[in-house]
Each structure stands twice: as structure tokens, then as C-alpha cells.
Design a protein around this ligand. Sequence first.
Ligand SMILES: Cc1cc2nc3c(=O)[nH]c(=O)nc-3n(C[C@H](O)[C@H](O)[C@H](O)COP(=O)(O)OP(=O)(O)OC[C@H]3O[C@@H](n4cnc5c(N)ncnc54)[C@H](O)[C@@H]3O)c2cc1C
Length: 384
Amino acid sequence: MNIAIIGGGIGGLATANALFKKGFKVQVYERAQALRPIGAGLSLTPNGLNSLNAIQPAIVESIMSAGSPTHTLTLKRSTGEVIASEPMTTMQQYGQPMLNIQWSKLQAILASTLPPEIIHLQHHCVGFEQQDNKVEVHFANGKTVQADLLIGADGINSVVRQELIGDGTPTYAGRMSWRAVIQYPHEQLSPNIATLVTASDGKNIVLIDVGEGYTFWSAGVLLADDSVCQQASDAKARVLEFFAGWTEPVEAIIEATPEEDIVERPIWDRLPLPHWSKGRVTLLGDAAHPVVPSLGQGANMAFEDAYELAEYLSTAPDIETALNAYENSRVPRTEVIYNRSAVRGHDSYRPDSETTFVKMMNPSQMSQDDFQAWLYSYPPSIFH
Ligand SMILES: Cc1cc2nc3c(=O)[nH]c(=O)nc-3n(C[C@H](O)[C@H](O)[C@H](O)COP(=O)(O)OP(=O)(O)OC[C@H]3O[C@@H](n4cnc5c(N)ncnc54)[C@H](O)[C@@H]3O)c2cc1C
């Protein structure tokens, strides 16, 4: 079977690995000119790491050596007062750490286990046509390719989703985010510690050690307007203004970050879909089920998708049966995570946000225990 994947992001590359390992002929089409670093980090949780491990153990080994596990989660007020500090116990409870890594390193690791000739850069998909026995995929560079199956892993503004489902643009969640990765030694930025700093006026920032001396910071603010700055210097000035006077090292790390390294991005999601496959075309990752990043599950879910899709395709008698099984398994789970993420995202910016975060750190409250166990002990198996 010839499989075309649109999107060489985290989800598309994980899927390419899973399919390649099963012996499928797979090609990845990515619109970017190069897989170049972007200023972001990701937290990988046991469900995502177990899925990657089931796809290819060597990927997890590389991630473990490039990233950094969180041992302690600390919650502070913007004035610097420590509200709570809890050990991160996912290793003891679920056999995997909370592992933080730079986005670009993760992308490079996922690409490195694939033959380079199957990743086609500068291929911006602009549409496709389905026929009985094939899909024709069109690109902005004038090329057309044929495949037996098309997987749209092209993110929240997916062209494939637009053509397949046509449900318009994503919804702005009322929050703007700024993120960057920087080497910034500071006495309050110790290895293996993630620090969340919050205020009652709808702002928070997380500072996470992502390994090899780098810190990932990600700031969020309630904002009615979703327009982003045209100049990098304006984006930096804006985030600096929002976090002026916050406890160290918040202001200092933003100040020290080169303006061109700061990614300013509105937070969007889309309502869950009851189905995301038709004929020989399906969706995966953010193209299928984008969520606000309050639980840090977007990439982790994409890894679960990748594992399951490859399993169903290699065991089902035909594409339609495989895509039905994939959807039937993935839609309910991703919908629960969508709902939890939406509620958590909303509560994280309320005036009593610190109460939400304290509960989040203490799984025995808020029926968090059951949810966390369900989320993190996801078994990478299609027979669950
Ligand atoms: C602030 C923030 C923090 C986050 N933190 C976490 C976290 O800690 N843990 C976690 O699990 N998730 C986190 N996420 C979510 C995570 O980033 C996404 O869920 C994940 O990147 C989805 O991967 P994807 O491959 O589906 O989509 P993307 O990463 O968006 O990749 C899509 C790829 O497709 C390409 N593409 C798009 N359109 C086309 C086209 N027409 N033709 C060809 N190529 C195309 C793009 O260039 C891109 O490379 C966070 C998100 C945000 C915004």
C-alpha cells in the first residue's frame, strides 16, 4: 500500500515511523523549506512515551537522552510566594517520566529514523481528489502524486480536513501565548524542575527544563483580540509588558530571549468530530482533534493515533475497515481529553486559578486520580 502523509510535524513523522516499521510504502509531504528549529518545548507523558516505544523503542531512547524528566512541579504566585511544590510521580505510578524536550530535537529524532528520501519538503498540499482505487494529491509547486491512502497530519489549519470535512476555521479560545527556548542559567531554574507562576488577573507562565541546559518558557494571557504583532520586537514588548514586575526569573528570562526566537500565537481549538475519515482519506493529530494546550496532550495524542492507525492498517482486511476501527477507537478518547483540556484551560485563567493548579498537582482531589490513571496508563494496543 502506498501511503501519503501531509505534514512533517510531530504527528506526521511519528506516523511515518509507525507505518514504515510495518512495511508500508510511505511518503511525507511538508510545506516548509526545512525542518528548522522553532522556539518551543513539549512535555511528553507516559501515554505518549509508551506509544512511541511501541512504534520504535530507539526513538524513546534518543528522546530520553536529549530531554529532561520533571522530578518536581512548583507553583508560585507572581509575587514569588511558593504555593505548592510536589514531586512528579509518573515514573513510579505509570513507569514513564514526564519528559520535556525541545520541539525541534523531537522532530529531528523522529525524522532521523526514516529514510531521508521519503520526506519531501516544499510540498504544500492544496487539495486532493478521491477515486475508487486511489487518491490524487495536489501541491502548490504544481506536482500531483497518487496514493492508496492519504493521511492529513497537517495541523490545526489542515487543508485535508477542510476538503474532507469543511468545518471552517478554528475557534479562538480567548488566550494569547508566547513561547521560546533559551539557554538561561539562573539560580531558580534548576534541572528537573518545572515552575508554574500564576496570577489572579488571567495570566500565567511555565518555565520548564527541557534538557541540555535549555529552558522552555510558555506564557499565556487572556486577550479578547486574537491579532498577532507584525514585528518580532512588538511581540516581545507586548509579553514583557504583560509580565512586568513578576517574580524572578520571569521578567529576566523574557528580557534575555532574542525577539526573533519568541513565538506569539493565539490559542485555538475546534469542536470534536464524530468522524474524520472518508473513503481513502483520514486525519491525525491536530488536524483531527486540536485541543487547547492546558493538559499538554496534543502531541501525546498524536503518538497514540500514529501507533493505532498503523496497527489497524496492518491487521484489517481493507482500508475502510481499518479507518473505521481507528476512528471508533480514537474519537471517544480524544473527545474526553478535549473536554478536560477545555475546562482546565478555562479554569487556569480565572481569578482563582491557583486553586485549579493546586488541585491539578494533587491527584487525590477533583477525581483527578481516575482521570490521570485513565490518561497515562493508556496501553498501546488496539485490543483495549
Ligand atoms: C503553547 C503550546 C504548548 C503545547 N504544549 C504541549 C505539550 O507540552 N505536550 C503536548 O503533547 N502537546 C503540546 N502542545 C500541542 C502540540 O504542539 C500539538 O498537538 C502537536 O504539535 C500536533 O502535532 P501535528 O503533527 O498534528 O501538527 P503540527 O505540529 O501543527 O504539524 C503540522 C505540520 O504540517 C505542515 N503543514 C501544514 N499544512 C500543510 C500543507 N497544506 N501541506 C503540507 N504541509 C503542511 C506544517 O508545516 C507542520 O509541519 C502545545 C501546543 C501549544 C500551542
